[in-house]
Design a protein around this ligand. Structure first.
Ligand SMILES: [Zn+2]
Ligand SMILES: [Zn+2]
Length: 144
C-alpha cells in the first residue's frame, strides 16, 4: 500500500536484508529526479541518517544493482549515475549541465538491426546507448 511497504517488499523479493538504511536509500533513489549520483542520494539520505557514510550509500546502490533492482548508467567522467528504471531504455546526457534524460527503447530503429561483431552480434543491452548534446534548458534563447 504505502511506498515504504513496497520498498520493503522489493528488498525481500531480491533476497536482501531489510535495513532502515537500505529502505531509505532505495526510496530516495525512486524519489529523486531521474538518475542521481551516489553523492546526490547520500546528501538526501543523510538528513534522516546523519551517521551514514557515502561509502555505505555507494555500496548499497552497487548491491542493489547486482540484484537487478538498480541500473548503473555510465555517462563518462568519474561519476556513475543510478537509475531505478531497469526496463530497456537509452539515455541522453547534457554536456553542459550533466542532466540525464531517458530515451525510450521503443523509438523506431534506434538499435534495431545494429550488428556489432565486438559483441558477437548480440544486441547491445538496454541502457547501453548514451547520446550527448546540449539540452534545451542550457541552450541560449538567442541562438535557438
Ligand atoms: Zn543542460
Ligand atoms: Zn534511465
Amino acid at each position: 500500500m504505502s511506498s515504504l511497504d513496497s520498498t520493503t517488499a522489493t528488498l525481500r523479493r531480491r533476497g536482501l536484508r531489510v535495513t532502515p538504511q537500505r529502505v531509505a536509500i532505495l526510496r530516495t533513489l525512486h524519489g529523486l529526479a531521474n538518475h542521481p549520483s551516489a553523492e546526490d542520494v547520500f546528501r538526501t539520505v543523510q538528513r534522516d541518517f546523519p551517521s551514514l557514510s557515502l561509502t555505505t550509500v555507494y555500496r548499497t546502490l552497487e548491491t542493489l544493482a547486482e540484484h537487478g533492482e538498480v541500473e548503473l548508467v555510465h555517462v563518462g567522467g568519474e561519476r556513475v549515475r543510478f537509475d531505478h528504471r531497469t526496463d530497456p531504455h537509452h539515455h541522453a546526457v547534457c554536456t553542459v549541465c550533466g542532466r540525464l534524460a531517458d530515451v525510450e527503447e521503443s523509438q523506431p530503429g534506434l538499435a534495431d538491426g545494429l550488428s556489432i561483431p565486438f559483441f558477437g552480434n548480440e544486441r547491445p543491452r538496454g541502457n547501453a546507448v548514451v547520446f550527448y548534446g546540449v539540452c534545451t534548458g542550457c541552450r541560449s534563447p538567442a541562438t535557438a
